[in-house]
Design a binder for this molecule. Structure first.
Ligand SMILES: Nc1ncnc2c1ncn2[C@@H]1O[C@H](COP(=O)(O)OP(=O)(O)OP(=O)(O)O)[C@@H](O)[C@H]1O
Ligand SMILES: [Mg+2]
Length: 321
């Protein structure tokens, strides 16, 4: 307590002193008033926490805006397709009604009505260009289906993103994840590039194997989508300084610095609409981070791309237990 009644925080440094009998008599030293410093430290901690919170909110906001944008686009054309289909349905209903009338007139043998309804049917067919309408309805259904699949792949991607930390950790050989990823993605890769595998003996990592397979699959599929002629994809696994090290490289067109800086952002994609959601690498980044590892890329225009993933190796004793 200060003499003016204020509560203050004191930092004391001193040395004990002892009486002639060797008993502790007290301390001699100085007290420093650190009230201000403590207050500043407290304010700084609060500010840092607030900043982290703001950053989190900003990235959630960014993600939400991205999701809204990505879903809005296919949703827009699905809605407009449904409107067109409902107009086409009205035409088919009118035609069906006229055919009903025609068939009634035919049953009753009312010749004049038969001619009248036939003419009405032919007129309507011409007006609406029936052949076009039928073909267009088929095409619209295909497009609508594509839009719906796009929305569901975005939703699936978001689920994967939010479930990055779910599931049990087991000791697993990363080489098997790499082989599984290659098996799953083989239909994409086989006609695009020659794949060369250079895997070490075993690479045991505490992990959620399916998630790591998903990471490798996305990087491999990205490579196969990027490469052009004389395409090669090299997959290397090795132990380096107690870490598992995976490198997936391709001799595709590489990427510019602007692209490289953004590839881990959710929804960043340079692929044509409908080809990529842009979630692949952001999910990969989250999964690797959740596993205590890192994922980096080395790429320049014309010089291909090299993805490097490092993960902590399983503690052999822990994994044996
Ligand atoms: N090997 C590569 N070579 C060149 N560019 C790449 C490579 N891998 C990724 N990219 C760039 O990074 C972008 C983001 O990749 P990401 O996997 O996140 O999304 P995507 O492949 O576009 O879509 P999705 O994975 O959802 O199908 C790609 O659109 C592409 O521009
Ligand atoms: Mg991808």
């Amino acid at each position: 307590m200060h003499k003016d009644g204020r509560a203050v925080v004191l930092e004391t440094s001193g040395v004990p002193f002892y009486g002639p009998d060797g008993r502790l008599d007290g301390y001699r030293g100085i007290d420093r008033d650190v009230t201000r410093r403590k207050k500043a430290e407290k304010e700084k901690a609060a500010m840092t926490e607030q900043l982290t919170q703001t950053e989190k909110l900003a990235s959630i906001g960014q993600l939400a805006a991205g999701v809204a944008h990505e879903i809005n686009n296919p949703l827009g054309f699905v809605r407009s397709n449904l409107n067109t289909l409902s107009e086409y349905l009205d035409v088919f209903k009118d035609l069906l009604a006229l055919h009903g009338e025609l068939s009634n007139a035919y049953e009753k043998g009312e010749f004049e009505e038969i001619v009248e309804f036939r003419e009405a049917i032919e007129k309507l067919k011409k007006e609406v260009d029936l052949e076009f309408t039928v073909n267009d309805a088929g095409q619209i259904l295909i497009d609508t289906n594509e839009g719906v699949s796009r929305i569901s792949s975005i939703v699936k991607g978001l689920k994967d993103l939010s479930h990055a930390g779910v599931g049990d950790l087991v000791s697993h050989d990363l080489n098997n994840c790499l082989k599984d990823a290659l098996k799953i993605g083989w239909h994409e890769v086989k006609n695009k590039a020659a794949v060369e595998l250079d895997l070490c003996d075993s690479l045991s990592v505490r992990c959620r194997p399916q998630q790591l397979t998903q990471v490798f699959l996305n990087v491999i599929v990205n490579a196969s989508q990027a490469v052009q002629e004389n395409a090669r994809i090299n997959i290397l696994s090795v132990k380096v300084n107690g870490q598992a090290f995976i490198e997936i490289s391709d001799n595709g067109p590489g990427m510019s610095e602007e692209v490289r800086k953004r590839i881990f952002d959710p929804f960043f994609s340079t692929k044509p609409v409908g080809k990529g959601t842009g979630l692949g690498l952001s999910i990969a980044y989250n999964i690797i981070k959740e596993h205590g590892g890192t994922i980096e890329v080395d790429s320049r225009p014309g010089l291909g791309a090299k993805f490097r993933i490092k993960l902590p190796l399983a503690n052999e004793a822990a994994s044996a237990a």
